[in-house]
Design a protein around this ligand. Structure first.
Ligand code: SAH
Length: 457
């Protein structure tokens, strides 16, 4: 993190603006809205700014920059002159005394930046880009302005008034969080937005009186193949409300970052034949956390019910009486084929598609070969590269054409996606020529040829 956002209480606090023109006035408006007592240091001053100054109870120091000005009397200083050199001098003087200082539109001469602000007081949202792009920050502000109801401020104020009562009733902080989350998802929210405060108070009291420690729950969530934008809305919502996230190797870092920041994150590995935590251990872990009353998000690559052992995990939950939900995800076959420009079916080339895994228990793939050599059928292999050579050989031995196209997609849908195209006869050799990283998906079928036209990535 390049900058650290804080929210400053400025009521009745002395602040200084250096400069007396329009830029100074704009900053002064913001500071007085936050309740600061403003002083201005400048040889000249606009009438508007002077009026504001008098309103806030501050002083006008009619003078040029002086190094020995009492800078440290101020909580913060804003240099808002049109002279870059003066702004720099103000910065240096304040830095020497460790007084927070900002120079308008001059990031190198800033200790703090003034963010773009969305004011739903007492809720205030600030957006900052460390001086790299104020326009981008403002655009984001515009987007948020339209999506955050104005009543949010009232809801924050209402919550603040009830906080002590909620804390007194519900001692456990995790449980308290769940109480508030449930409350914000309830009709109470609309009552506050519409100023029906008596009804809101009644609902709040009832919610508190009827509160019971919640039971734990497991969300078995498909995280998709890698691109975070392929997450479902439901996956994202549950990822953000879980207390614990149990994830494996296929879950990409950007997706993990979308989970609730303070959720406990548990890595349970799952590299091929080298499970960091064996499946039985994972099953037991899910049950254990849920029995502690936690909301557990079991996050899995792709779709949990496609070669994901999701079924085994929820069988165990079912046996232990732990409630669960299953959220489907975009499976690797869908994600990789879409991002590689290879439709899995096409009226001219394939009327069926078959998903297979080569991860068989003995380590060597034994598949129903003769069922796999139909024309007009696409095969999708969920497995690493081990066994690929044997699969190609067996398909040819069982009658498939050696020139049947094959595509290997590595790290599909991520910025590192790589696609290697060949045929049953030569794909294994091509693999050794290219540096291909796990995970990889193999697509076999005439549809692979369509990539020449449909490649869009
Ligand atoms: N449940 C997952 C599959 C787990 S099996 C799903 O529905 O996608 C693991 C195999 O999935 C890997 O060996 C690889 O063949 C495939 N796979 C998963 N994500 C992938 C990705 N981003 N790119 C390529 N292959 C992937």
């Amino acid at each position: 993190m390049e900058i650290f956002p804080i929210s400053l209480k400025l009521q009745q606090q002395p602040c200084l603006i250096v400069g007396g023109g329009h830029i100074a006035y704009r900053k002064a408006l913001l500071l007085t809205q936050a309740g600061a007592v403003l002083d201005v240091l400048s040889p000249e001053i606009d009438a508007q700014l002077l009026a504001l100054l008098q309103q806030s109870g501050g002083h006008y120091h009619q003078a040029k920059f002086q190094p020995d000005f009492p800078w440290s009397d101020y909580r913060l200083v804003i240099a808002a002159t049109d002279d870059a050199e003066v702004n720099r001098q103000v910065f240096d003087a304040c830095e020497a005394l460790k007084v927070l200082v900002n120079s308008v539109d001059d990031p190198p001469n800033c200790r703090f930046m003034v963010p773009a602000i969305i004011d739903r007081s007492p809720l205030v949202i600030s957006i900052a880009s460390n001086g790299t792009s104020p326009v981008l920050s403002r655009q984001i502000r515009t987007q948020l302005e339209t999506s955050i109801p104005h009543g949010m401020g009232k809801l924050a104020k209402f919550s603040g008034e009830w906080r002590p009562a909620v804390k007194a009733k519900i001692g456990n902080p995790d449980e308290r969080r769940i109480f508030w989350e449930n409350l914000y998802a309830s009709p109470l929210r609309e009552q506050v937005f519409n100023d029906n405060l008596a009804e809101a108070e009644r609902m709040m009291q009832q919610a508190l009186d009827e509160w019971q420690t919640p039971k734990g729950e497991v969300y078995l969530v498909g995280a998709g193949p890698g691109d975070p934008e392929l997450l479902t809305l439901k996956a994202l919502r549950l990822m953000q409300q879980a207390d614990v996230v149990i994830y494996d190797r296929l879950v990409s870092a950007p997706i993990l970052n979308l989970c609730r920041r303070d959720a406990e994150k548990v890595y349970v590995g799952k590299a091929r034949s080298n499970h960091a935590v064996p499946q039985e251990g994972i099953n037991a872990l899910l049950v254990e956390y849920a029995q502690q009353g936690k909301r557990v998000c079991r996050l899995k690559g792709g779709d949990p019910f496609i070669f994901g052992r999701g079924g085994e995990e929820i069988q165990e939950l079912f046996a232990a009486g732990v409630p669960f939900q299953v959220v489907p995800g975009v499976t690797a076959a869908s994600g990789c084929s879409a991002y590689a420009g290879i439709p899995l079916t096409h009226r001219d080339y394939a009327q069926s598609v078959r998903f297979l895994t080569g991860h068989l228990k003995e380590g060597s793939p034994e598949l129903p070969w003769s069922e796999l050599v139909y024309e007009n059928q696409t095969l999708v292999l969920y497995m690493g590269l081990v066994g690929l050579e044997k699969i190609c050989r067996e398909l040819i031995a069982h009658g498939q054409r050696p020139d049947m196209p094959v595509a290997l997609i590595s790290k599909g849908t991520t910025p590192e996606q790589k696609v290697v195209v060949g045929t049953l006869a030569d794909i294994a050799d091509k693999v050794s020529e290219h540096h291909i990283q796990a995970p990889t998906l193999t697509i076999i079928g005439e549809v692979v040829r369509l990539r020449d036209q449909l490649k869009w990535q």
